[in-house]
Design a protein around this ligand. Sequence first.
Ligand code: NAD
Length: 401
Amino acid sequence: LDVPENPIIPIIHGDGIGQDVGPAAQKVLEKAAEATGREVHWMRLYAGESARQEYGEDVNLPDETVDAIREHRVAIKGPLTTPVGAGFRSLNVALRQTLDLYANVRPTYYLDGVPSPMKAPEEMDMVTFRENTEDVYAGIEWEQGTEEVEKVRNFVEDEMDMDGIMHEGPIGLGLKPISEKGSKRLVREAIDYAIENDRDKVTLVHKGNIMKFTEGQFGSWGMEVADEEYPDEEVFAAPDSLWEEQDEVDIPEDAVMVEERLADAMLQWMQLRTDEFDVLAMPNLNGDYLSDAAGAQIGGLGIAPGANFGDNRCLAEPVHGSAPKRAGQDMANPTALILSGRLLFEYLGWDDTGKLIRDAVEETISSGKVTYDLERQIEGGEKLGTTDYAEEICANIEDLA
Ligand code: NAD
């Protein structure tokens, strides 16, 4: 990535618990950078509640925020609240679409000492690639009673053959666009990642048996990428993997196998056969559900990091939302945002800084010093507030550096 050695990093603290975890994570990231001979130059940006305060009630996502991320190419953000049912569209989705951040990448790995409902949580070491701009999250919906809804009401009724139910009251309507270009670039990213990081397998997760021309196409386009774009035998597109056990398939040594799985079954396999999965690539909605569920298996949303990637762009953000009930109480877990910062640093090539962050977080958690979300589950755990927990990680950074 062609960025200056000590680049400017735009940061949005975010809504709700963002005001707690934002400053805490910033301190830890600065400390780790400093301990590895680097300096972080932050640029504070506003979105959501903070934007309304700075720019006026109608401004949720100022142009300055979007332009700064576009210019500096890397940024980190906390969560932004989205009203349910009505109100403005998701700012997170708007950012991902406007900046064409098409791959949402979430590594899910076990940190020593973290409580988990799984029998062997240390087997969990997966990276999910979620398509980030299309699918039902494109936000193309029509309110009940609008002309568009009325226009298609008869058509929907005929297709569903349901005895007039579509005429009995209001109906909702939305679109699920999935494109060849959008699917292929996402799968390509996942395969390239697997090759570069010595992973064995990429699993395409979709529901193509039901949604044939959207999810099904995602699977077919993904298999086409595996089949046609890697001629040197480094990638093996497993035939009929949806229906047949792959143990019997003869896979070239050292090749990355690309297979398909149905999304509902995948949620089960992920828990029952955790060690079989490596890199997953999927359309937007599947990716949202599946990555939250995977996060829960290794300690919950408080520690699950993520980042959105486009061509030459990275916006790191945790998996969790703004958890309004916990906001402003110095209690939320900043680990997810801190580890998202680690992803950003590694994108910049700061691998030693990233490793130091992971080691210091692991050291802190395994010593039993944790925030409220993990404390309840750790025997003899000591509950710390957001600020003190971050201080503890900083002290461990100093010790480990
Ligand atoms: P959420 O992730 O905010 O919270 C769910 C629960 O998880 C919380 O009640 C809390 O118990 C726990 N939790 C989450 N993060 C935690 C942390 N860091 N430390 C400790 N506990 C934590 O999900 P939600 O309640 O469904 O959504 C709240 C708001 O966040 C909504 O407006 C939603 O749209 C938004 N959201 C934003 C993003 C984003 O900015 N990328 C992602 C998801 C949800």
